[in-house]
Write a protein that binds this ligand. Structure first.
Ligand code: AGP
Length: 577
């Protein structure tokens, strides 16, 4: 949540570059944005307009795109925030938990606040400290005084460098030609350099155009190694597609092939390592949120079918439900690798000596670095806030892992089957547009199609704003069936003619529901309300049904004219609790 960027350059550059780079982080939040280029400070509500920078040039600057936590999405609350005397300008991602207390104490010293945000205290705190001490020493004081999470970039009058502080919110430094770039994630600069230094917790750096110095929270210098990272650029361009979401769904076959190939080749050692870790553990607990949680539910289902003791917990509730000891393996699933709830669950597991493995999409992320072993799903950049191709790669990887334990499946033709399904786009679109006419929709599944039902419902909610519930078919009659009216759309996921889910669909149909079916029963193929999936394998059926559901969500949202790639109130990387 929130994206921050800072550039220190040897030569003058157009200030709009700050906003162009910031735009690459816009999926982290888009309530408001702002920048400071050492002369101009501008803030606006809404999505980033790079023209806002005008023709100005600069050698240093900081910028911020906001996902509001404290204080509404107004210009006043937009970053950067400035101290009273204008000497300190900051941008912040995270939450300063003790901001009220810090604010009161600064107000007593005469500071006047201009916004309702927690972040503004940082600017005032630094200004107050600078009256007596050099910036580095004031930052040491800030680490001691502040509670919560923060990635902060600060510009201080009289100093050419940018000051960068990190605790629990992501921050990385990229060394490009003639400039150093600070950002919330590597995507901000992955087109300009593949060399980066990752901040660990409670570290800060003083960053100039051609040099940087890292320190620990006590101000002691630390050595920081630059790392080479690999991040595919080609896939982050929308080209002729109307939306990134559709583009990213259509990339799924290639992404699946790339990942499966990698598991047999460059990631073979890590893949085998994870299999050994699973075999050597008494129980497996997945920890994940949102879409990644649904993929982990599939993982738990597939493994459970092979006799491996496994469960999954929503990361934000992990500490309330998990029983972790040294024989427990926690597998974190996360597209971004930065989700705060997952990081928190892993901290809890670590305190209890649990072993930790991760499955991530973004390389060198915090979650990966917290794990003793990690696999990359190689889905490529997802620009659309709603995750699609990462989910498919997570799910296919879960299936591939389960195959090692005896789950009967050939994963090699999954990509081909997805391509076949794409040929049915016209039918899928027709069904989606009928669903788009309702304000509610229900998606029902059983066993392995239950997680898929939940994922399809989440995609529909996120992108089309239709209220959608994904649920166990068996639970309908225990209450939710009361909501079924004449014409209510119910999408039923029927693998291998499962008689129980077929009965559940009949129960709602008898009460007037408009039933749509995703099935692998060839006899149903020509029926109007049916999407036919060509696979006899139920493991693969779930994944293919999810692809069909993603397309339903996309076409429904498109029909309704929604801002599909950047839905209201959302951010792709959820770095607050
Ligand atoms: C996906 O469409 C969502 N926007 C969201 O649920 C997401 O899956 C969740 O926040 C977890 O993110 P992660 O995979 O990066 O950890």
């Amino acid at each position: 949540m929130c994206g921050i960027i800072g550039i220190a350059s040897r030569t003058e550059f157009p200030s709009r570059v700050l906003l162009e780079r910031l735009k690459r982080l816009e999926y982290r939040g888009y309530d408001s944005y702002g920048f400071y280029d050492s002369r101009n400070l501008k803030k606006r509500v809404g999505g980033i307009d790079v023209e806002a920078a005008g023709r100005a040039t600069t050698r240093t600057g900081i910028a911020h795109t906001r996902w509001a936590t404290h204080g509404g999405a107004t210009e006043r609350n937009a970053h950067p925030h400035v101290s009273c005397d204008g000497r300190v300008v900051i941008v912040h991602n995270g939450i300063i938990e003790n901001h009220e207390e810090m604010r009161k104490s600064l107000e007593k010293k005469g500071h006047r606040f201009a916004s309702e945000t927690d972040s503004e205290v940082i600017a005032h705190f630094l200004e107050e400290g600078l009256k007596r001490k050099p910036a580095e020493a004031v930052i040491v004081d800030f680490f001691a005084a502040a509670a919560g999470s923060f990635a902060v970039l600060a510009a201080i009058k009289g100093r050419e460098e940018i000051f960068a502080l990190k605790r629990d919110s992501p921050l990385v430094l990229g060394a490009a030609d003639g400039m150093n770039i600070l950002a919330s994630d590597i995507y901000a600069f992955s087109d300009a350099t593949s060399r980066a230094a990752f901040f660990e917790n409670d570290e800060f750096a003083v960053v100039g155009a051609e040099s940087f110095r890292f320190f620990d929270r006590k101000g002691r210098p630390i050595e920081k190694a630059m790392r080479e990272f690999v991040w595919d650029q080609k896939e982050s361009v929308k080209r002729s597609h109307k939306h990134y979401m559709l583009k990213e769904i259509l990339e799924e076959p290639a992404a699946v092939e790339r990942m499966l190939f990698s598991m047999e080749n460059d990631q073979k050692a890590a893949f085998d390592g994870l299999i050994r870790l699973i075999r050597g553990s008494k129980k497996i607990i997945f920890a994940a949120c949102g879409t990644s949680y649904h993929a982990s539910l599939l993982g738990a289902y597939y493994l459970h079918r092979t006799g491996v003791e496994s469960q999954t917990l929503i990361a934000s509730e992990f500490r309330h439900y998990a029983n972790v000891d040294r024989d427990t393996l926690i597998i974190a699933l996360s597209q971004s690798g930065e989700t705060m709830d997952v990081i928190d669950a892993l901290k809890y597991a670590r305190e209890r000596s649990g072993r930790i493995a991760a499955v991530v999409n973004a390389p060198y992320s915090t979650i990966q670095r917290m794990s003793e072993l990690s696999l990359h799903i190689l889905a490529g950049q997802e620009v659309c806030v709603a995750s699609t191709k990462a989910f498919i790669n997570q799910a296919v990887l879960m299936l591939r892992i389960a195959r090692e334990f005896g789950f009967p499946v050939d994963t090699d033709n999954v990509a081909g089957k997805i391509r076949l399904l794409f040929r049915k786009k016209a039918r899928i679109r027709e069904i989606a547009e009928r669903i788009a006419a309702s304000k509610d929709a229900y998606i029902i599944g059983r066993g392995l199609t239950y997680p898929v039902a939940r994922e399809i419902a989440l995609k529909i909610k996120e992108t089309s704003y239709i209220h959608a519930e994904g649920m166990m078919g068996g639970e309908l009659k225990h209450g939710t069936i009361a909501l079924i009216e004449d014409g209510t759309p119910v999408l039923s996921l029927v693998s291998n003619n499962d008689p129980d889910i077929i009965s559940n669909a009949r129960e709602v149909e008898a009460r007037g529901a408009q039933v749509f079916t995703i099935t692998n029963d060839g006899r149903m193929e020509r029926k109007r309300n049916v999407i036919h999936i060509e696979t006899g394998n139920d493991g693969k059926f779930g994944i293919l049904a999810a692809v069909a559901g993603q397309l339903i969500a996309y076409y429904a949202a498109d029909k309704l004219g929604r801002p599909i790639d950047k839905p209201r109130n959302l951010a792709k990387s959820v770095t607050v609790k």
